[in-house]
Write a protein that binds this ligand. Structure first.
Ligand code: GLN
Length: 554
């Protein structure tokens, strides 16, 4: 068995790895915990990168329904990943490559490809050790690409699940080879059952033992709970999970996810981890981050934004995770403008069915229609866009939200009553949104995984337009995820009716930004790409800032 690397082969002198695993249950903020650990270590001056492992068979997150799995986050290179990658990028303020994301499907796909190419040299290829070895190989490649001193590896799911065992085995094998270079952080939930009102540590103790049973010992436990842990519970977790008491970090619910790095630092998490990994002690400089966090708390003037989408409901519950990057972009843009964002999720189906009156939109400063697919709720969204246009409520449409704004304008202003997108209506007389030429064969062959127009593409902005003022430049580049586009056959007619195509692909054939002139509407803009993926807490995206500013003036 050949181990993928030895110490001497490492590019960074002695790279370190922190595995973040979940105990008790999922959904307690492992992604934010990993991002915050990354933030702290970066603030100490280490070069940090972060990897997300999702244990499902899907090769990437692109084929999953957002209501199943939350937002699909697109990287610069077009890889469709889990929303946690968005958290890492926002906290680390760095763009990450596709090697930083893996699923069981992706790992097996690579192993099978190599086996078919005789790359295993005639050997038996086995689940153990070949699968964990491939996992380690990928972790190593990510570390090398980033030249990282510290590589965070978040293992999705919960300890004890059958699905992620192979990834925990990779952590164990890596630690066995490099005992001083691997740390394990367990993010565990500590419940306070309503009927007893007391915080219970037993589930965390069981989780720690399950982790032991796969040959791993937690070095640090982040105890996620509604409230802070008292000394007694810290002691209990320490004794029964076999770690020093100060390695039990209290991680209570917070007002904002951006508070988390500061909270961990109060408990000295950064130094604990550098200690465990035998790294030099360094000061943590979170000053810029803290200034942002302070700003976010000071704002008192509210700006009310309606996000009109279709993926909000799951049974009786509202799923705001589906648009998490959009929501974070709105929030952070508002904070930088000293505004307090108040975001309301509205279901487009409710406008379609009449359950909700359009006049309920009057109270909002701005309306945003995010990306989407298919026919559900589309007529509701078009109604909302028409209302925003006619009532001069600031409007921002992203991807589908841009395409539907073009349809709305074509229908109600340019006189093409049945204007539509071919995504929904195959035989409309006015397909103002049509499938991209390059997508026709792909769709016909049913080859859907990872084949949209994905990742970063440039856009040229026309001088003198609103977009030009917003971006302050004529060349931008944004991340994309779509198969349909504005049909160039209709551009002249729609422009004649007053809509402006202010951003185009460099060859001029793909419409990237549409807008209404300033003297017609206070803010009405649609963009084919997803600027939310590039908006960062310390540098909110200009288009979000412009939209929020307009919304605050209404
Ligand atoms: N469904 C549209 C398309 O494929 C929009 C995609 C999106 O909003 N991400 O072009």
């Amino acid at each position: 068995m050949k181990f993928p690397f030895s110490k001497s082969e490492s590019s960074s002198e002695n790279p370190k790895y922190i595995f973040v695993v979940g105990g008790v249950m999922s959904g307690v903020g492992k992604g934010v915990a990993s991002s915050s650990i990354g933030k702290i270590l970066k603030a100490k001056g280490f070069k940090v990168t972060a990897i997300k492992i999702d244990p499902y068979i899907n090769v990437d997150a692109g084929t999953m329904n957002p209501t199943e799995h939350g937002e699909v986050f697109v990287l610069d290179d077009g890889y469709e990943t889990d929303q946690d990658m968005g958290n890492y990028e926002r906290f680390l303020d760095e763009s990450l490559p596709q090697i930083n994301y893996m699923t069981t499907g992706r790992v097996y796909q690579e192993i099978i490809r190599r086996e078919r190419n005789l790359e295993y040299g005639g050997k038996n290829v086995e689940v153990v050790p070949d699968v964990p070895l491939e996992v380690i190989r990928r972790i190593k490649r990510a570390q090398e690409e980033a030249k990282a001193d510290i590589t965070l590896v978040e293992v999705g799911g919960t300890i004890g699940e059958y699905q992620n065992i192979i990834f925990l085995e990779a952590a164990r094998m890596l630690k066995q080879k490099h005992p001083k270079d691997v740390a394990v952080v367990m993010v565990s939930y500590v419940p306070i059952p309503g009927n007893i009102g007391e915080m219970k540590t037993k589930p965390t103790q069981y989780a720690a033992r399950s982790l032991n049973s796969v040959g791993l010992q937690a070095d640090v436990i982040l105890a996620r709970a509604q409230v802070a842990l008292d000394e007694k519970r810290k002691e209990k977790i320490a004794i029964f999970c076999n770690i020093p008491t100060e390695h039990v970090i209290s991680a209570p619910d917070v007002q904002s996810i951006y508070d988390v790095p500061g909270n961990y630092e109060e408990d000295g998490l950064g130094d604990i981890l550098t200690d465990v990994l035998s790294l030099p002690k360094k000061k943590t400089d979170l000053s810029e981050w803290n200034t942002f966090v302070q700003k976010s708390k000071k704002a008192t003037q509210e700006v009310e934004i309606a996000v009109v989408g279709k993926y909000f409901s799951s049974g009786e519950f509202v799923l705001s995770d589906v648009y998490i990057s959009v929501l974070e972009a709105i929030k952070t843009a508002a904070y930088h403008l000293d505004l307090k964002p108040k975001i309301t999720y509205l279901s487009s189906q409710d406008f379609e069915s009449g359950k909700m009156e359009l006049s309920e939109l009057d109270r909002f400063g701005g309306i945003l229609v995010p990306g989407g697919f298919g026919s559900t709720g589309v007529e509701g969204k078009i109604k909302v866009i028409q209302y925003a246009r006619e009532k001069k409520i600031p409007y921002f449409g992203i991807c589908y939200g841009m395409q539907l704004a073009v349809i709305e304008y074509a229908r109600h202003v340019a006189g093409m009553k049945d204007a539509h997108t071919r995504e929904i209506s195959k035989d409309t007389a006015h397909p103002v949104i049509d499938i991209m030429e390059s997508q026709k064969d792909i769709v016909e062959q049913g080859n859907f995984g990872g084949t949209m127009r994905l990742g970063t593409y440039p856009c040229v902005i026309r001088e003198g337009t609103v977009a030009h003022t917003v971006f302050g430049t004529t060349e931008i580049s944004e991340r994309h995820r779509h198969r349909y586009e504005v049909n160039t056959d209709y551009i002249e007619e729609i422009e004649k009716a007053g809509m402006v195509f202010s951003g185009k692909s460099p060859n001029g054939v793909l419409m990237e930004i549409v807008e209404l002139p300033k003297d017609v509407h206070p803010f009405f803009m649609g963009i084919q790409s997803h600027p939310e993926f590039l908006s960062r807490p310390l540098t909110p995206h200009p288009i979000f800032s412009a939209f929020i500013k307009a919304a605050s003036k209404k």
